[in-house]
Design a protein around this ligand. Structure first.
Ligand SMILES: C[S@@+](CC[C@H](N)C(=O)[O-])C[C@H]1O[C@@H](n2cnc3c(N)ncnc32)[C@H](O)[C@@H]1O
Length: 239
């Protein structure tokens, strides 16, 4: 099947791509108030040649520019990109496959659901969330990735000392994010869990970021051309 994004070429996810059909079904015993959530966990580190390598997750990879560059320049780390739009998932996976990278997998899924249900605790070194859809209409804000439930699930899935890195161009979504970050990085945290909030310093910049860029994604480049300012943060799970 070919998509407009592929400029008429036929795209193939090959061994890079996984879909929900590749995951074991959710067992009923994991669900409900008396369910055991651990029965639904799938360890994605097992999808890579070296399952013991450090492991990073990108949520909403779009055309895959960040993950492609980062994985190439950080070959000792395994990267999983989760993208729910099929045409972008396929486009990114095809690019990675053609580059011959063995340390990247792309999953066609809702990343918030994967984090909520399928990700075992304490396995991720870094979660990257760049230019997440802002859903500006009030009635759509529940679709935003950044929510208390998401932060709780990210906290659970991160290793101690691991971090969630976020960049956005959207001023109103940033206000929303900061309100969440303030509570999550307060002394009491949220439901007993907390993050240390850190600046997005130059050591967190993506390897493929160009002059004046933080992460070098397609949306960063597009919005930079439009002159939009960006905001960024890193939330570290205390060691
Ligand atoms: C605005 S684009 C940014 C893409 C890329 N990160 C960049 O900076 O160029 C947001 C991307 O996140 C994807 N996305 C949004 N919510 C998602 C979710 N819950 N799970 C997986 N992908 C998601 C969208 O399909 C879209 O490709």
């Amino acid at each position: 099947m070919s998509f407009g994004l592929g400029h008429g070429k036929s795209l193939s996810a090959g061994e890079i791509g996984l879909t929900m059909d590749d995951l074991a079904p959710m067992p009923d015993a994991a669900l409900g108030p008396a369910g055991d959530p651990s029965l639904a966990w799938i360890d994605p580190r097992g999808w890579f040649e070296d399952a013991s390598a450090s492991f990073e997750l990108e949520i909403g990879s779009g055309k895959g520019t960040f993950i492609l560059e980062q994985a190439q320049r950080q070959p000792e780390t395994n990267f999983l990109g989760i993208e729910w739009a099929r045409e972008f998932y396929l486009y990114a996976a095809d690019r990675i496959r053609r580059r011959g990278l063995t340390n990247v997998r792309m999953l066609h899924a809702d990343a918030t659901e994967i984090l909520r249900w399928r990700m075992p605790p304490g396995i991720i070194d870094v979660i990257h969330l760049y230019f997440s859809d802002p859903w500006p209409k009030k009635k759509h804000q529940k679709r935003r990735v950044v929510q208390d439930a998401f932060l709780a699930n990210a906290h659970r899935a991160l290793k101690a000392g691991g971090e969630l890195r976020i960049v956005t161009d959207h001023p109103e979504y940033w206000v929303w994010m900061e309100a969440h970050f303030d509570r999550w990085s307060s002394a009491e945290g949220v439901d007993g869990l907390r993050f240390d909030r850190e600046a997005f310093t130059s050591e967190k910049r993506a390897h493929g970021a160009g002059e004046g860029e933080l992460v070098g994604t397609n949306f960063e480049r597009k919005y930079a051309r439009e002159g939009r300012p960006f905001n960024a943060a890193a939330l570290r799970k205390p060691a």
